[in-house]
Design a protein around this ligand. Structure first.
Ligand code: PEP
Ligand code: MG
Length: 837
């Protein structure tokens, strides 16, 4: 025989042993309000242990509950009290204890209307939440009390239970069980709750919000949920308590309102008390709170308080405001803002209050939102930009030659690709909203239409890309402006004081570099130089170089590129003004620079004055079965050394130019895709030769640092040997992830959803660093490099370096800096600070 449950109900008093761990946050919060002497109705906490026992079906001792019901001299409300307010809980049930006798008494004191509404409201809530009857039967706003009691009888063959203790037992049991239900469990797990998160319950004497005089219930808060600016908002509902509402109730607003009477005017003393309590609650609870209250004929009760709901921008402003007012220390303000939330402030966002006409969904590859006309090709995007029209580049996937089209667009949408596909990486770098892997769309290039289910969008039609949520919306959505305000800057200044790891930006253009500086990057950790070769002036020279058979001819073609590269680097050095700039030598396979279709090859044959067959042969000869594992990175540098020589010369000559003008300059040269020490030796030898030549030619000395990108598992394992030949290592975790898993970064999105869904991978490893596998290679590489060369700089510059979880890993691994897309620099600054606190 089961033992009755030891309920151990605690009355919440200033000194009662109430804790968030044992009774949940709501019980603890109520105790704090009581300690502040706020007029909180008598409240009781039911501990999580008891709620668990109740859910498991252990019998409850009615004696304890009878006592509670009689102690409260009337009606009670029951609210959930989880460990964390975000985890939700079963709906509140009000006016437990209502029965015929109490109804008769309330009819005398409050009037029949109010008594009927309260009783009816309770029967409805009980029917739906406790007896689990069909909600449709109990949702008619015009039903009378008698109708509602009849319906209950009709549905259950029983009269409505009259014993208050029994009512309370049933309410507690149903709430405890609802918490254990699969839907509730999934919902709270999605908000980060552990699978076995417990629930406490709070039982509170009702402050009745129906009756004579100015009477009603409401909530008030003192900041705007969207902006975080100080502002009194909330609502007041006269003659209303939950679902119980007197039908003759008139509308009363909370604050002065031209539309009608307000609580502020009708009960200035009550309103003044609310404001006073708000100020006190902010100071004592160290948080912006929304206060729930009841006014009964001019008498104020505070029944609950919860953290104000807030947007990302409001979260920043609120945290900074609390710290500035000395209520919390700056370190705590830093911990209160999710690093990811900062991205919302850097970009336009779809206004959360606006309607959303969702066309399809994909992976949210680059945050922010933008509206533009559909363009299906880079050329169409450039043409639209030339007409001054905002456009969205919509492609199956993007290729390097789409880069100018991306520059011309306000957002990018691709049908294929994952978080580190070309479109995703470039869009993040440019700060363009981007959705990739939107497999629900089909692009019909012939018909120049986009199909999504049975909807059709033509080129030129307007869509909105919400890269924060991954949703594509039809038409133009209402937007919120970016919020790089004073609070944002203050928070990041505090973050810089708290962190030890440095943050640099990945930047390929002067514009990127300026953005990176604006967001506080301490240098550039990765310049992907190949992106510089795709414009109309450079591509022909590049192609000529590829088609040249002799080193001398290659040099001649590259000589045309030299001044352009020098100008690129000069601009970056000047913008970075003494901060280090890490230039990665040429990385992609050469065939990326060649045309893919016959028409392009014909044009190329014409411009190079070669027979078409030569061009076709050359293009075919350069094609690879597995280009990402083929002739790219340092392999190009070793086999076609003239490219690296030209780049090294451009870097050194730019450094001399900038140095001569009196500006500081720290050039760093980085070799990609290394897998063997000898590769580093060979490239280093050539780079040293060029440095010596430039020094002699310019009669100017300069410093530079040579580094290696660790992107292959072998480079990580051999980091000790490699370290001997370089000044720094930078983990390129995009390729390192690709090669560690043997997983194509451009194709994995096709099955990633299914893999993550079935728990094969906990997360997309291109998105969140796999600290068990790829991370172990990072740790091994770092340790081996530092063992051989203790002072060596070790960094990370893959896409992971902008991801808060992965940044925390880098800080723990003791890396010297991370380098990420400019728009992720603020996120990285905050994430590094949080890990250091
Ligand atoms: C990397 O592989 O992590 C990297 C930064 O280089 P890319 O993305 O250009 O291959
Ligand atoms: Mg790489």
């Amino acid at each position: 025989m089961d033992q009755p449950t030891e309920l151990s109900i605690v009355e919440i008093t200033p000194s009662a042993p109430v804790s968030a761990a044992a009774h949940g946050w709501r019980a603890k919060c109520l105790q704090r309000l009581i300690r502040m002497d706020l007029p909180v109705p008598r409240s009781y906490a039911i501990p999580v242990s008891a709620v668990r026992a109740i859910a498991a079906g252990r019998p409850l001792p009615p004696a304890g509950l009878e006592q509670l019901i009689s102690d409260t001299r009337g009606l009670v409300g029951v609210r959930p009290s989880a460990m964390d307010p975000e985890w939700g809980g079963p709906g509140t049930v009000l006016n437990v204890g209502m029965n015929a006798a109490r109804h008769a008494r309330l009819a005398q004191s409050l009037g029949v209307e109010a008594a009927d509404a309260l009783y009816r409201g309770f029967v409805q809530a009980y029917a739906i939440h406790v007896a689990r009857l069909d909600p449709d039967m109990f949702s008619d706003p015009d039903a009378t009390l008698a109708d509602t009691l009849d319906s209950f009888h009709h549905e259950t063959d029983e009269d409505f239970p009259q014993d208050p203790a029994r009512q309370l037992v049933e309410v507690l049991r149903s709430m405890a069980r609802a918490w254990e239900g699969p839907t509730a469990r999934l919902l709270r797990q999605a908000k980060g709750a552990p699978a076995d998160a417990p629930l406490g319950l709070v039982v509170q004497e009702m402050a009745l919000a129906l009756g004579p005089g100015v009477t009603g219930s409401g909530s008030i808060q003192f900041v705007d949920s969207l902006t975080g600016a100080p502002r009194i908002t909330g609502r007041f509902r006269g003659q209303t308590q939950g679902s119980a509402r007197r039908s003759d109730a008139e509308t009363i607003y909370l604050t002065r309102d031209p539309r009608g009477p307000s609580l502020e005017q009708a009960s200035p003393a009550v309103f003044a008390d609310l404001v006073r309590f708000g100020v006190a609650a902010r100071e004592r609870l160290k948080e912006e709170m929304q206060i729930e209250f009841v006014v009964a004929d001019g008498h104020l009760s505070i029944i609950d308080a919860i953290r104000v709901q807030r947007s990302s921008r409001a979260a920043v402003r609120i945290a900074v405001g609390l710290a500035r007012d000395g209520i919390i220390p700056p370190e705590q303000a830093l911990m209160r803002v999710q690093p990811r939330a900062l991205t919302d402030l850097l970009h336009h966002q779809v206004d959360p209050r606006a309607p959303r006409d969702i066309v399809t969904r994909g992976m949210p590859a680059s945050p922010g939102a933008a509206t533009g006309r559909i363009a299906f090709s880079a050329a169409a995007a450039q043409a639209a930009a030339a007409r001054g029209e905002a456009c969205v580049l919509v492609r199956r996937e993007t290729l390097p030659e789409d880069i100018r089209g991306m520059h011309a667009s306000v957002a990018v949408l691709t049908e294929r690709g994952g978080m580190s596909s070309h479109a995703a990486v470039i869009a993040r770098g440019l700060g363009l909203p981007c959705i990739v892997g939107a497999s629900g769309i089909a692009i019909d290039l012939r018909g120049r239409v986009l199909r999504a289910g049975d909807r059709i969008f033509r080129e030129g039609e307007e869509i909105t890309v919400d890269g924060t949520s991954g949703e594509v919306l039809a038409g133009a959505a209402a937007m919120l402006e970016p919020a790089l305000d004073e609070s944002f800057n203050q928070l990041l200044d505090w973050a810089d004081t708290a962190r030890s790891m440095k943050v640099r930006g990945n930047a390929d253009t002067a514009e990127d570099a300026r953005t990176a500086r604006m967001f506080g990057a301490q240098g550039i950790g990765l310049v992907r130089t190949e992106h510089m070769f795709f414009d109309d002036e450079r591509l022909p020279a590049m192609r000529e170089m590829i088609f040249a058979d002799q080193p001398e001819d290659r040099r001649l073609a590259l000589d045309r590129l030299l001044p352009m590269q020098r100008a690129d680097f000069t601009a970056l050095f000047r913008i970075m003004d003494g901060y280090p700039v890490t230039i990665r030598l040429f990385d992609p396979p050469l065939h990326e620079f060649l045309p893919h279709d016959r028409e392009g090859m014909r044009e190329l044959a014409e411009s190079l004055d070669l027979p078409l067959s030569d061009v076709v042969r050359r293009v075919e000869a350069l094609a690879e079965y597995n280009p990402m594992l083929g002739m790219r990175g340092v392999r190009v540098g070793i086999t076609v050394p003239e490219i690296y020589e030209m780049q090294a010369r451009a870097i050194f000559e730019a450094a001399v130019d900038v140095g001569r003008s009196g500006q500081g300059v720290v050039p760093e040269i980085m070799i990609p895709l290394v897998s063997a020490m000898r590769e580093v030796e060979l490239v280093r030898h050539r780079v040293e030769g060029i440095a010596a030549a430039v020094r002699a030619e310019t009669r100017t000395d300069f410093d530079y640092r040579l580094g290696v990108m660790v992107e292959t598992p072998r480079a990580a394992l051999r980091a000790g040997d490699i370290a001997e030949h370089c000044a720094f290592l930078s983990f390129g975790t995009n390729d390192l992830t690709q090669m560690t898993y043997g997983l194509s970064r451009d194709d994995a999105a096709r099955f990633m959803g299914s893999y993550v869904g079935q728990g094969v991978y906990a997360e997309d490893p291109f998105h969140i660093l796999d600290d068990e596998g790829v991370g172990e290679l990072v740790l091994i590489g770092t340790a081996r490099a530092r063992e051989r060369k203790p002072g060596i700089t070790v960094a990370m510059c893959g896409e992971h370096a902008g991801n808060p979880e992965s940044i925390a890993f880098c800080q723990r691994a003791g890396l010297d800096y991370v380098s990420c897309s400019p728009f992720r620099v603020p996120v990285a600054r905050l994430a590094a600070a949080q890990e250091a606190i």
